[in-house]
Design a protein. Structure first.
Length: 277
């Protein structure tokens, strides 16, 4: 049965309970417990940018230094995690390099998150607006594993499934998943909604059954493409209606996942019963 089932897991809100803080650079206000996708989808031309910024480098930077200084000469490392309409890396880089945002803006949201979450899993990002040609929000996110996560991962492997991760976060953050026994060779970082769908489709060419487990709008296409789409509502108990409609199963706790696999996938893989045997 090994190699016959692939389980693709989102990270934020699916494996980890997240705490996010955004700073609205127009008003200067800190927005706590935000849903990043909602900020992006408020209007067209917005994109979530996930830079490969080392935390120690960020904290060594003078607060008044332009945020653009972190990206000069490193444009190739800029990743677009999600967007409300098509936008190129070149457009994003142009916006970042001309932005009025300062390093202190990003440091401020990181301080707010560190006060609530341990430092093992923290990500940073920024929302760029193509129409305004500027950064509208800077974001920091911290995460802690949902109770029982490690046991769930081991049980999934014990039933003969290979575990993959598809996340919008950078590899610099996702490398910490190694502590949960995740094979980093099966981790896809900075995966946009379309890229998550492509990952599922690619795996379907190699596995008999592919399961997608996610919690947000950036998982929508992948949930639809999978043989079994599992929507997690452990972080958000009021998911968007189109997510609910796209899912084959809805789970309120990640500890339910092995049971769902055993009920929905394992019997199909066993094939027909030989009544003469």
């Amino acid at each position: 049965m090994s190699g016959d089932i692939a389980v693709v897991l989102d990270v934020a809100g699916t494996m980890l309970r997240m705490y996010r803080v955004a700073k609205d650079l127009g008003s200067g206000l800190l927005l706590k417990k935000v849903v990043t996708s909602e900020l992006i989808m408020e209007k067209s031309g917005r994109a979530l940018v996930v830079p490969q910024i080392r935390p120690d480098l960020l904290w060594r930077c003078p607060p008044d230094e332009p945020l653009s200084s972190l990206f000069k000469g490193k444009e190739a490392h800029i990743g677009i995690s999600c967007s409300s309409s098509p936008i190129s890396r070149e457009q994003v880089a142009s916006i970042l390099l001309r932005s009025r945002a300062k390093v202190s803006d990003l440091q401020e949201v990181q301080v707010a998150v560190r006060a609530r979450c341990p430092e093992e899993y923290q990500t940073t990002g920024m929302i760029v607006d193509e129409d305004l040609h500027d950064v509208t929000h800077v974001i920091s996110t911290g995460g802690t594993p949902f109770p029982g996560l490690c046991g769930v991962l081991r049980e999934i492997e014990s039933i003969g499934a290979d575990i993959y991760v598809a996340s919008g976060d950078s590899m610099r953050s996702l490398v910490n998943l190694k502590g949960y026994g995740i094979d980093l060779g099966r981790v896809y970082p900075v995966a946009s909604p379309k890229r998550k769908q492509e990952i599922v489709m690619e795996l379907k060419e190699r596995y008999g059954s592919v399961v997608m487990v996610g919690d947000g709008l950036n998982d929508l296409y992948a949930l639809r493409a999978a043989d079994l789409g599992v929507l997690s509502v452990q972080q958000d108990s009021q998911p968007a209606l189109n997510l609910v409609l796209a899912a084959d199963e809805i789970m309120g706790d990640i500890k339910e996942l092995p049971g769902i696999l055993k009920r929905r996938i394992i019997p199909q893989r066993r094939g027909p019963i030989d009544l003469d045997g």
